[in-house]
Design a protein around this ligand. Structure first.
Ligand SMILES: [Zn+2]
Ligand SMILES: [Zn+2]
Length: 265
């Protein structure tokens, strides 16, 4: 609600400060006049602020699993570099050991190469898990972080959490000045307005009927473990099969190549 300054008519701001007993007042940035809010108005403001604070806390609880996603995203490059370096090191060590033992004991190649298969499958598990997490985030979480579309053409885009009007900014994300919720902005807010408004109504109905679930925020972390495990298993199977083939080839090849070599000198 607009609250023009009683002195100059400019819009005033709600501020907290030492105003009589109530700590809320109106401040005009143009003529620098400030006045305390009447007690009933201040009480109303405090009540509404309390409601917004509760809303914010509920939202943060619901979105707590996203902190794990944020941690995984921050660690992505360093962990990848460490994994990559250790995998390259392990492969080179394994290859030199394999070269050393392959003539003497082709069957031992399997034992020598197996730790490498474990290392490679962990690396693959991490890669797959990360891809799965990004996919889960895009599918399940991103739509929930999007701001609410404008109620009608020309009106403001609204906060996904409190419904307050959001400032018109040209950025991928804007933080609500009322409840502090980060809102993602994208083209779909203008291209799919009708569809999004319909989805919003369905979400309210689902919440009212208590069939609304916030499990969507856990989807990326779950996908990380699910995809990671599947990727690791597949990689392990492929690596072990490859090692078996190499061992078989060495075993067969050893018989073919060894005699001429030993017969040569
Ligand atoms: Zn003024
Ligand atoms: Zn808000």
């Amino acid at each position: 609600m607009p609250m023009p300054c009683a002195n100059c008519g400019a819009p005033t701001q709600l501020v907290s400060g030492p105003y009589l007993n109530s700590s809320l007042g109106l401040y005009c940035g143009y003529c620098r006049r400030s006045e305390p809010l009447p007690p009933d108005a201040a009480e109303r403001v405090r009540y509404l602020q309390w409601r917004l604070m509760q809303l914010g806390q509920a939202r943060e609880n619901d979105e707590a699993p996203l902190r794990t996603v944020a941690r995984l995203k921050r660690a992505w490059v360093p962990v990848l570099v460490v994994f990559f370096a250790s995998t390259v090191l392990q492969i080179s060590q394994t290859l030199s050991t394999v070269q050393a033992v392959q003539k003497a004991a082709p069957q031992a190649v399997h034992d020598v190469a197996f730790p490498m298969a474990i290392g490679l499958s962990m690396f693959a598990g991490y890669l797959f898990g990360y891809v799965g997490m990004l996919r889960g985030y895009r599918r399940a979480v991103k739509p929930l972080l999007r701001a609410r579309p404008p109620m009608a053409a020309g009106l403001a885009i609204r906060c996904r959490s409190c419904g307050g009007d959001l400032p018109n900014v040209n950025a991928p994300e804007v933080v609500c000045r009322y409840c502090g919720a980060p809102n993602q902005l994208d083209k779909e807010l203008t291209t799919r307005t009708g569809e999004l408004l319909q989805a919003e109504i369905s979400a309210y109905q689902a919440r009212a009927a208590k069939v609304y679930s916030h499990d969507a925020f856990r989807a990326p972390t779950k996908a990380f473990y699910r995809w990671g495990a599947a990727g690791a298993v597949v990689a392990l199977v492929v690596c072990v099969a490859a090692i078996q083939l190499v061992v078989a080839a060495l075993g067969g090849g050893g018989d073919v190549h060894s005699p001429p070599r030993s017969a040569g000198p």
